[in-house]
Ligand binder design. Sequence first.
Ligand code: BJW
Length: 232
Amino acid sequence: MIFVLTGAGVSRESGIPTFRDSGGLWEKHRVEDVATPQGFKKNPALVQNFYNLRRRELLSGAIRPNPAHMALARLEREAGEEVRIVTQNVDDLHERAGSKNVLHMHGELLKVRCRDCGKVFSRREDLSAEVFCPSCGKKGALRPHVVWFGETPLHMDEIAALLRRADVFIAVGTSGTVYPAAGFVSSTSARRKIEVNMEPSAVSSFFTENLLGKAGEMIPRLVEELIGKKAL
Ligand code: BJW
């Protein structure tokens, strides 16, 4: 089984900024303000606006899957082997590229959740304190369906089971600084552990192969090799 962990770097060539690179999202916003439950409690409008702008951008038509997303979807279709993508990204570019087996461990930008009744809804429009929950009717209770620092990432039981079964573990475009995702490479017993990044990540030394370069160039080559060898 091939386990692919993706991070913000896989969507960089599609025009979505990463978090920690120069020009990234954390250069313009304090993490504590926009990516913690405390920040949301303190200033919900600021946080809603941060996600409203990112949601609008994702839907603007300017953002499209790049060759890395396309190649990973091809891997799933052609490897003759189970391929599972676990993404830390909240965009939908893997799905738009055609990937079927995607787990969004940090949530999804095009979904919102009611803080009162807990129901999750698809939503493409802006959120504000004026919006009513379509299920319980509470006003101002909808929040982005994303995972902030201090919150529990999604699908963790399924991810743990996949990490145990993986033969090949690939991490693409992630800085290896946010846990639990950063710890996956050391918790899997996969025979091949391949990192694809523009530069070594914080956990590079745990991989058996380090491929330095842009995801859009390196992933199509890697996928070609994996399909040629029937993955292993
Ligand atoms: C390219 C490229 C190109 C660029 N091609 N590559 C102390 C020690 C250890 C842990 C902790 C600690 N104190 C607190 C914690 C836990 C905390 C944590 O990890 N904190 C760290 C800061 C230390 N983690 C949590 O709180 C998590 N929850 C948790 O642990 O719950 C407990 C629990 C665990 C397990 C089971 C049950 C319970 C929650 C973390 C939530 C993270 N949320 C965010 C925001 C999501 C919503 C949103 O999008 O706004 O998730 S933060 C942000 O970081 C986002 C990302 O998914 C995440 C990771 O970032 P990523 O993807 O790695 O991006 P970058 O920007 O960091 O890196 C980009 C990389 O791409 C770079 O390396 C570039 O070189 C590369 N690149 N162009 C290839 N073209």
